[in-house]
Design a protein around this ligand. Structure first.
Ligand SMILES: CC(C)(COP(=O)(O)OP(=O)(O)OC[C@H]1O[C@@H](n2cnc3c(N)ncnc32)[C@H](O)[C@@H]1OP(=O)(O)O)[C@@H](O)C(=O)NCCC(=O)NCCS
Length: 177
């Protein structure tokens, strides 16, 4: 059954799987998918979603220096690369609902390859996990992926900046060493 087809009772496959998941069915598993994109491969609506996530999660830490225009310019830069994550429910073993892509994800990282002080580095611009799926190891997983990408591309370092007032993010980065 395709995710959008309705069964005779009128429920979509997605509703059936969500219901089974809520009831704790052992046949439904949660899985995190990650996809890598360059900026040119992304639709405007995905970039708008990424911007609203940044605005929602970290605007408060910028204070007066918050500039929506500057942040949008940063996200839309031709140099920007992205990892998008999505938490999907899979009805074991037959039905994978991953294909219903509404352009909305559960988190993302944006990064660039650049040179600083004569060193090739991977610079993480954003690391954002939707509030509803935090604490499941997704941030950690994205960070690890970024480190692997950096090693694969022979970057000498992975760098990011975090606002001093963003205590939650600092605690997260500290926990990752
Ligand atoms: C920071 C953020 C990316 C963490 O993502 P997450 O998916 O919830 O984190 P994880 O579940 O992968 O947690 C990984 C580790 O960090 C620790 N951690 C996560 N959030 C924490 C918090 N608020 N306080 C203390 N430790 C925390 C977890 O205990 C876990 O430790 P472990 O490795 O020993 O198990 C997420 O909170 C977020 O998107 N925040 C808003 C955006 C933001 O501030 N981004 C950073 C900008 S620089």
């Amino acid at each position: 059954m395709s995710p959008k087809k309705r069964n005779p009772a009128g429920s979509t496959a997605r509703q059936v799987v969500n219901e089974a998941y809520k009831k704790g069915s052992k046949d439904v598993v949660e899985r995190v998918t990650c996809q890598v994109y360059s900026r040119r491969e992304l639709a405007e609506k995905t970039l708008s979603w990424a911007f609203s996530m940044v605005e929602l999660n970290v605007k408060e830490f910028y204070g007066d220096s918050w500039s929506p225009r500057e942040k949008q310019r940063e996200l839309k830069s031709d140099h920007a690369q992205f990892i998008f994550v999505r938490v999907v429910l899979i009805l074991f073993p037959a039905l994978d609902l991953h294909e219903d892509d509404r352009g909305v994800r559960d988190g993302f990282a944006s990064f660039r390859f650049c040179v600083e002080d004569d060193e090739a580095i991977l610079y993480i611009y954003e690391l954002q996990v939707d509030e509803k799926v935090r604490g499941k190891g997704i941030g950690k997983h994205m960070l690890k992926l970024l480190e692997e990408v950096a090693a694969h591309m022979k970057m000498s370092k992975v760098i990011l900046t975090v606002h001093k007032s963003n205590e939650r993010a600092i605690a997260f980065y500290r926990s990752q060493g």
